[in-house]
Design a protein around this ligand. Structure first.
Ligand code: ATP
Length: 199
């Protein structure tokens, strides 16, 4: 699986739609300070489900929508799409190409799509879980993050190995099952109380 294409429209400094095609080999992005290189990485984090404005170098999520310049009006919506080649079915979905899209309107309304079909953030998280491409994955290494990984507590470092080993999916399902079990147990206790009261 490899990253094929990134499309950005209305995200931070990218008022006009831009498309970056990633070909085989290494792609380098160069440009003067403030030209938007880090905004490209922010857009990848965002489309993969980043929820923290601080991680995206803003204070509110709306800060990621193009907010205008002296000769251009602010936009009302930001949209980013990331396309993966999935011909080897690395992602657990029956398509040879997978496009993940996220939109945010200034009203605060947001949308997630997989291959143009609306979905939940949970669906995107599950799709990319254990692939290393999630926001907590090891494919996106930001400035200073290597130092961070080396000085992390053992528990935090373990998360990186667990993602690489492909067991995050099972841990997350186990947590969900435990939550359901605990809810069911509470319901049973409540029903037993009602039965005692009725007897
Ligand atoms: P450096 O090399 O200094 O790290 P860079 O190329 O990585 O710079 P970025 O940090 O990606 O640059 O881009 C910063 C630019 O993005 C700033 O000019 C900032 O005004 C602009 N910018 C950020 N958010 C928005 C927004 N919502 N609307 C318009 N422009 C924005």
């Amino acid at each position: 699986m490899y990253l094929k294409k990134l499309e950005i429209h209305g995200f931070k400094s990218f008022a006009d739609k831009i498309t970056i095609d990633f070909r085989n080999g290494i792609t380098g992005i160069v440009g003067p300070n403030g030209s938007g290189k880090s905004n490209i990485i922010d857009s990848v984090r965002w489309v993969l489900g980043e929820q923290s404005p601080k991680t995206l170098r803003g204070s509110r999520m709306e800060d990621i929508i193009f907010n205008g310049t002296s000769h251009r009006k602010p936009l009302g919506m930001a949209e980013v799409s990331l396309t993966f080649d999935n011909s080897e079915k690395f992602l657990p979905i029956d398509y040879s190409e997978v496009t993940i899209t996220r939109r945010l309107y200034r009203s605060g309304e947001s949308e997630y799509l997989i291959n143009k079909t609306p979905c939940r953030l949970k669906d995107i998280r599950e799709l990319i879980m254990d692939t290393g491409i999630g926001i907590d994955g090891y494919s996106l290494i930001g400035q200073g993050q290597i130092d961070g990984i080396l000085s992390n507590k053992p528990d935090e470092r373990r998360q990186i190995f667990e993602e690489a080993a492909g067991i995050v999916k099972y841990k997350s399902r186990k947590l969900e099952a435990e939550k359901k079990l605990s809810n069911t147990n509470q319901n049973i206790v409540r029903i037993e109380d009602i039965i005692v009261e009725l007897e």
